[in-house]
Ligand binder design. Sequence first.
Ligand SMILES: *[C@@H]1O[C@H](CO)[C@@H](O)[C@H](O)[C@H]1NC(C)=O
Ligand SMILES: *[C@@H]1O[C@H](CO)[C@@H](O)[C@H](O)[C@H]1NC(C)=O
Ligand SMILES: *[C@@H]1O[C@H](CO)[C@@H](O)[C@H](O)[C@H]1NC(C)=O
Ligand SMILES: *[C@@H]1O[C@H](CO)[C@@H](O)[C@H](O)[C@H]1NC(C)=O
Length: 297
Amino acid sequence: MKSAVFATLATAILGASAAPAKRASSAIDDTTVLNFALTLEHLENAFYSGALAKYDAKAFTDAGMPSYARGRFVEIGMHEAAHVKFLSGALGANATQPCNYTFPYTDPKSFAALSMTLEGVGVSAYTGAAQYITSKAYLTAAASVLSTEARHASWVASVVDKQAGWSGPFDVPLGLDSVYSLAAEFITSCPSSNPVLPVKAFPTLTFPAGAKPGSKVTLTFDKGNSTGTCYAAFYTGTGAEYAKIDSGDKSVTIPKDLRGTVYAVVTTNGTASADANTVAGVAVLDFSFDSNGKLIN
Ligand SMILES: *[C@@H]1O[C@H](CO)[C@@H](O)[C@H](O)[C@H]1NC(C)=O
Ligand SMILES: *[C@@H]1O[C@H](CO)[C@@H](O)[C@H](O)[C@H]1NC(C)=O
Ligand SMILES: *[C@@H]1O[C@H](CO)[C@@H](O)[C@H](O)[C@H]1NC(C)=O
Ligand SMILES: *[C@@H]1O[C@H](CO)[C@@H](O)[C@H](O)[C@H]1NC(C)=O
């Protein structure tokens, strides 16, 4: 679902394409974290309001969803609007403004699938960014938003997509650049007055359609100027599994025990992947499983 064009565009527009500044941890104050969160909430808010303006109740039932599904998506959209209002209020004059977006859904079904992905990214964003929040009041508010986004993801997964409502005992904390890489593909342009956040989007990483745990697949990514061995890091729970990428044909074998939503990146570090050593990504892999833990589809 990643588009190199959008990622590049967004990077250029947000002014993050210049030599990625070394991120001093002091650069990430509460205003920056809240604006980072607001960047995602604006995106989600636009995602729901756009799709719900396009698809009426009949469109949802025609797509095979229960008659109450649209009403639930309306509620979710209202929650995102409330998150925007809350963060904007907390940030006052510092609040980043909405951008223009493009979302690749084509019908209520693909809208619902993207909704599950975006809510999951929201959960991983708040989980990964929690360590930067210094205000206890904001940390409490962020936890409250996080659990709500997790319920959204869970409801869409279990009721709409008939999948497990979770990936496992832990959700993935994603780094700021990893989250931004996932958001940037949907951002087409932003107001020039928006604060420049200390984040960048990585080059695109694509897995072939139908990639499954245990299968050997060929990845598509640009190694850039990185020389030496590259690894695929599969973020799952609070850790990662690694697999060496063949330097010739860029093939890799996906670890066979992965389940649920897994975020994959190409990294130069085969034991401790992080934003700092990421070469390309983030690819979202969805390995749904039944109540016996067996893969479905
Ligand atoms: C804007 O951000 C700066 C830097 O974090 C902070 O000092 C200032 O109080 C903020 N202004 C508002 C209105 O929140
Ligand atoms: C969004 O797109 C509209 C229409 O193309 C344009 O007029 C507007 O300036 C854009 N806004 C931003 C924030 O880029
Ligand atoms: C590789 O390129 C990036 C920017 O694209 C730069 O920041 C980095 O220093 C380069 N690394 C080497 C080893 O040249
Ligand atoms: C990977 O990262 C860990 C933790 O930062 C570090 O100790 C190790 O040396 C790194 N390995 C490589 C090959 O860079």
